[in-house]
Design a protein around this ligand. Structure first.
Ligand SMILES: [Zn+2]
Length: 1004
């Protein structure tokens, strides 16, 4: 492990700021100096009333003190909070918040924004009553303004909307319960994520935010926006939802840093302001003049008489008083030597991002200023000609899968808790915290140091175990035949089953409990490792259950606790339903595994309606048939050679944790001339095992029952990526068809709306194409699609990845990366993940669908099933046959058991400890048919409780309130308490409710 020195940090930050230098130099303008008026008195209440007042007749310069506190990056979350490991980075969030509170008390004009609730929550829990009282006062008078306010500042490329909504709800709930309405963040603060998604804008809008700020957009985009005064804009997050997804958005001028020469932090090496004229170091007047130059330069790029100047950086304000005293002097200096810009006074004052938005809103509305309406997103992010931040879409693929699983399990944990009376919100917090931390823009992205990645894995692992224990309690209760005879199961998840390891499923007798979190019936293939071929499986009604066994592609001779086979049976699950299966090893030979064959005549797998053909000469996929329609599709695992420069100039950039950059002039490489393959056929599925080389294998699987899977499954198993040749490699799965799709393809935005991409083109700025492969990579959180207008081919994935279409009729998705160089954006290590002394192996899935414009619901339904996958638990210790145990449970009443297929129960969670208040979110995931409005009647819906009242709240679970109105969108506040339990959802709409429920005691 390489430890980043303080010098390296400075170097990296200056590289991160290269864009600003490009943009700012040469744009200075001369101002005129006249008397400035002092700013008006502060208001006494929180919210916009508390803003230090902007003036209509002046250039208002909003000084915004802030500290960017990563929830893990070079140090772990705990190291950052406590300040340990100063040898890695001088960063101590505990000290920052304490120090800021003292500084704010010193002068009521001062302002600060607190962003990451993960850190604030920790700090708050350690404070005495006197400090808590002080902080309450600072929140109530608007000096301390929560901004963003989610558990972490989430990434926007690799995150799924469900986890983002969860982590905002969790953070905002803590703030609301602690401080009330004054702590409600009014704007988003996404200053460091590496590019920005339109879904995130839509989420902010629907959570009731009035604005969002960011700093990282493509450098050409930024230059064009500044030159055309388009850095303040109205952004429409969703073309489908229209104006309700509009939000004011501001692109920051100077990254998120203080102007050069004005970082007064202890981490900076810039001069403080010396006001004593007798002192030989006196610099007061020149500091004011230099700051004025910066102001004039920035102001010339913005439309209104307001600019925001960020006064802060990573982990600033560990000694807040000295930073603030310098800013006090700067403000004082502008009063002593009044400055002008274009005949207007310059009014310099402490402010916050929310107060900036309010001031811009006032200026726009009173002067009839038109802000541009943007409808695209901000991916991929490039910081120079050769640095496309499209590598992190795939970096650390195993961690990305764990994150996705943990969000999936969180939904299940929350649902099962609500079905179990007395399981309050406090029982789900550990997994909520873990999911919140993992959304951070150096966590899910894979852009942290290895020791931090290990710590994230620890945090997730502990949360998985906590959920497992709690869920075990819930399921034990729900399956107990009566409340007086409570059973106690011993359920385990077997999280290593994809590595062929599961102690429970290799014992002689065990129980399998499967839970379906969907509000629809489903048939789910339960798959786990076994070490023998003969079993007797019985279902809930003692019926015999069919199964199939294959060799596992992940099995290796000599692997500790590894198992050679994988068993699959189909669980037919009710909506929100549990089922119990008993599995016994059988002494009689009951099952004969289909003999693997390489016989060319067996290269046709599946049936007439759905199947695959293998080209026996290459061993590659030749065609697929789905819904009776055959399409030629060639699929390969290939790899790029990574660029390996010394980062001394843009053209020598290395591929790394952030950056994807293939070796100049090379294309994707084949692993071998011929893919060896064997086929297996059985009653439940047919599959082919392909060997692309020593380090890449794949299973292509077709289930016979369309109800199980109406797609073709590709299970790739890649690694250890060899680097003996001192060459980093990045592995892709590529699908090539004869469809004429031109330069067009579609990728999802955080698992929701599909965004139209055009190869080698950007709709909002002039694109130069120095990196024709990396520059065309986009985030694929859930799906990538090509279409010729009649046939749609989509690949869906089980974790976030990067993907593109480099040729007509082609899509590719990156699955794994291993490099030997750092890309010099601060992390200071090559992305070279290991398992022991070998490179990391990763196993994952792609799901291929072929649809038409009329049948594309199949894609959305599949995406829904992937993000809300049934969960499988094993118990090898309880003798279930002797227990008074129900073998089935469903939480949905039979009368309501036919919810429309486009409805997703996005959230069902307890939101008060041991009180019967739940948060419910319903989503209509139909995003292509404008008429597909659906109604769900929540009356008589759940088995375990009745809903007594239903109050509509905003997407974050907070009460609805008016948003600031703009020309492009009005302030909308819809009614809240509902007089009926019927919920109508327009296409693509999510509605959120607080429900007070009445539990039925007889059921426990
Ligand atoms: Zn950051």
């Amino acid at each position: 492990m390489i430890i980043a020195s303080a010098d390296m940090m400075l170097v990296s930050r200056s590289i991160r700021l290269a864009i600003c230098l490009v943009v700012c130099v040469g744009l200075l303008e001369q101002g005129v100096h006249v008397n400035a008026k002092p700013f008006e008195t502060k208001a006494s209440q929180c919210g916009y009333q508390s803003c230090n007042k902007a003036r209509t007749d002046a250039l208002n310069v909003h000084l915004v003190p802030h500290s960017h506190d990563d929830v893990g990056w070079l140090k772990t979350v705990d190291q950052y909070f406590t300040g340990t490991k100063t040898n890695i980075q001088r960063a101590n969030v505990n000290a920052i918040i304490s120090s800021v509170v003292l500084a704010l008390k010193e002068n009521p004009e001062r302002r600060f924004i607190q962003v990451e609730t993960a850190f604030f929550h920790q700090w708050w829990s350690e404070q005495n009553d006197a400090t808590k009282k002080t902080v309450h006062e600072l929140v109530e008078n608007g000096q301390l303004q929560f901004t963003g306010g989610a558990w972490s500042m989430n990434d926007e490329a690799a995150v799924h909307y469900q986890a983002v909504i969860d982590q905002f709800t969790f953070g905002l709930k803590f703030l609301n319960e602690t401080f009330g309405e004054c702590a409600r963040p009014m704007v988003g603060w996404q200053i460091d994520p590496f590019g920005h998604s339109s879904e995130m804008a839509s989420i902010f809008a629907h959570m009731g935010y009035d604005g969002v700020f960011f700093a990282r957009v493509d450098w050409r985009d930024k230059m064009e926006r500044l030159n055309n005064k388009k850095a303040d804009m109205i952004w429409q997050g969703s073309n489908k939802l229209g104006a309700s997804s509009n939000i004011f958005t501001s692109l920051l001028y100077n990254h998120y840093s203080a102007p050069s020469g004005f970082c007064f932090d202890v981490l900076c090496q810039e001069d403080p302001i010396v006001t004593d004229e007798r002192n030989s170091e006196y610099n007061f007047k020149s500091k004011v003049e230099n700051f004025n130059n910066f102001i004039r330069s920035q102001a010339s790029h913005y439309k209104t008489n307001n600019i925001i100047i960020t006064m802060g950086d990573d982990f600033n304000y560990q000694d807040a008083v000295s930073y603030y005293r310098n800013m006090d002097k700067l403000i004082e200096g502008f009063k002593l030597w009044p400055q002008k810009f274009r005949d207007q006074d310059i009014n310099l004052f402490y402010s916050t991002p929310a107060c900036y938005v309010k001031a811009v809103n006032d200026a726009v509305n009173s002067n009839d200023i038109e802000l541009p309406l943007e409808t695209y997103d901000f991916f991929p992010y490039a910081s120079d000609y050769n640095s496309y931040w499209s590598g992190y879409y795939t970096s650390r693929p195993a961690s990305k899968r764990s994150e996705k699983s943990s969000s999936n399990l969180l939904q299940i944990h929350k649902q099962l808790a609500t079905f179990t009376r007395n399981a309050g919100e406090d029982e789900i917090v550990q997994m909520q915290k873990s999911v919140g931390i993992m959304q951070h823009h150096d966590a899910i992205t894979g852009t942290e140091k290895q020791h931090v990645a290990n710590d994230y894995a620890r945090i997730m692992d502990e949360a998985f175990k906590d959920s497992e224990m709690k869920i075990n309690g819930y399921i034990s209760k729900l399956l107990s035949s009566n409340s007086s005879q409570q059973i106690s199961l011993n359920l385990k998840q077997c999280l290593l089953k994809n590595e062929t390891i599961c102690a429970e499923s290799t014992s002689d007798t065990f129980t399998v409990v499967v839970y379906n979190p969907l509000v629809h019936k489903t048939k789910y293939p339960v798959r786990f490792p076994v070490n023998s071929l003969n079993f007797a499986i019985t279902g809930p009604n003692d019926e015999s259950v069919n199964y199939q066994i294959s060799d596992s592609i992940a099995f290796e001779e000599g692997k500790e606790n590894g198992n050679q086979y994988e068993l699959t049976f189909i669980a037919e699950l009710d909506a929100l339903g549990l089922k119990v299966y008993n599995v016994k090893k059988s002494s009689t030979v009951g099952y004969e595994m289909d003999k693997p064959t390489t016989d060319a005549c067996k290269c046709k797998l599946g049936g007439i309606a759905r199947g695959v053909n293998i080209d026996s000469s290459t061993g590659l996929l030749e065609s697929v048939t789905i819904n009776g329609k055959e399409l030629k599709v060639r699929q390969e695992l290939l790899y790029y050679l990574s660029a390996q420069g010394d980062n001394s100039e843009f053209s020598k950039r290395s591929s790394g944790a952030y950056i994807f950059r293939n070796l100049n002039g090379t294309v994707a490489q084949q692993m071998s001339d011929k893919v060896e393959f064997t086929t297996y056929k059985g009653e439940i599925y047919d599959e082919i095992h392909q060997v692309f080389g020593d380090w890449a294998k794949q299973t292509i699987r077709v289930y016979h029952d369309e109800g199980v899977n109406d797609n073709i499954e590709f299970e790739w198993y890649v690694g250890p990526i060899p680097v003996d040749d001192e060459q980093g490699k990045e592995v892709i799965s590529r699908f090539t068809t004869e469809l004429e799709t031109g330069r067009d393809f579609y990728t999802d935005s955080n698992g929701r709306e599909m965004i139209h991409r055009i190869r080698d083109f950007r709709p909002t700025y002039t694109y130069t194409n120095e990196e024709p492969i990396a520059g065309n990579y986009h985030p694929v959180t859930a799906q990538i699609t090509i279409t010729d207008g009649t046939t749609r081919l989509s690949v869906l994935n089980d974790r976030s990845q990067g993907g593109t279409s480099l040729e007509s009729g082609q899509v590719e998705v990156m699955v794994h990366r291993r490099m030997l160089r750092d890309d010099a954006f601060g992390v200071g290590e090559a992305l070279n993940e290991k398992d022991g002394d070998q490179g990391l192996k990763v196993r994952g899935r792609h799901y291929l669908t072929i649809t038409t414009p009329e049948t594309q619901i199949i894609e959305r339904r599949l995406a829904n099933r992937i993000s809300m996958e049934p969960w499988v638990f094993f118990d090898s210790t309880s003798d279930v046959s002797n227990l008074s145990l129900k073998k089935e449970f469903t939480a949905l009443k039979q009368t309501s058991n036919s919810v429309d297929e486009v409805v997703k129960l996005l959230t069902l969670e307890p939101i008060l400890s041991h009180k019967s208040t739940l948060l419910i979110r319903l989503e209509n995931f139909c995003d292509w048919d404008d008429k597909k409005q659906v109604t769900v009647n929540l009356e008589d819906f759940f088995v375990n409780f009745d809903i007594m009242t239903l109050e509509e709240v905003n997407l974050a679970g907070n009460i609805l309130k008016d948003r600031l109105a703009w020309n492009q969108y009005p302030s909308v506040k819809t009614s809240n308490i509902k007089d009926s339990f019927e919920v109508t959802l327009k296409p693509f709409e999510i509605k959120t409710f607080k429900a007070i429920v009445n539990y039925k005691s007889s059921l426990y």
